[in-house]
Ligand binder design. Structure first.
Ligand SMILES: [Cu+2]
Length: 166
């Protein structure tokens, strides 16, 4: 039974290093990302409703969206495990930095897409068919980021969410 005094000391040292050594974390933080929609009629909302882009100042509540397992992750390597949970259409996930949540992302109205180059494109899991999965790992600095789907019309229909890196 029982641990020796020596092993208790070793255990305590390991725990202390775990608490202090946040930067030395070996594994990337993981964010599970679900891309979803409310079915084939979701796109019909585009002509009817207001644009539900980021500048609205609140989280979107549209016919399609992006859900994350955590909205805050530690700085360093972050892995996004993305699933397109739609049964009817393609989605994707693009990552861009956010300076101010109330400033609209650069948007091309004719194309109905965020201007990824102007917004600052950090990485993406592009064009997943329904049911498909994809993964992306980024080295992330502290700050705010937006995850969005940039298939035409989807951002405006509320397909985005915010992520904080601390
Ligand atoms: Cu989409």
């Amino acid at each position: 039974m029982g641990m020796t005094r020596r092993s208790w000391v070793a255990l305590a040292a390991t725990l202390a290093m775990g608490l202090v050594g946040g930067q030395a974390q070996a594994r990337p933080a993981v964010v599970k990302v679900s891309l979803w929609d409310r079915g084939a009629m979701s796109m019909a909302m585009l002509e009817r409703g207001p644009m539900m882009g980021m500048e609205a100042g609140h989280m979107p509540n549209g016919p399609m969206g992006i859900s994350v397992s955590t909205a805050t992750v530690p700085a360093g390597d972050v892995t996004f495990n993305v699933t397109n949970d739609s049964t009817v259409m393609e989605h994707e996930m693009v990552v861009s930095p956010v300076k101010d949540e109330r400033t609209p992302l650069p948007y091309n109205k004719a194309a109905q897409k965020v201007d990824e180059d102007a917004a600052g494109h950090l990485g993406e899991v592009a064009e997943l068919a329904q049911g498909q999965k994809g993964s992306l790992t980024l080295s992330m600095k502290p700050g705010r980021y937006v995850l969005y789907c940039n298939i035409a019309g989807h951002y405006a229909l509320g397909m985005w969410t915010l992520l904080t890196v601390k």
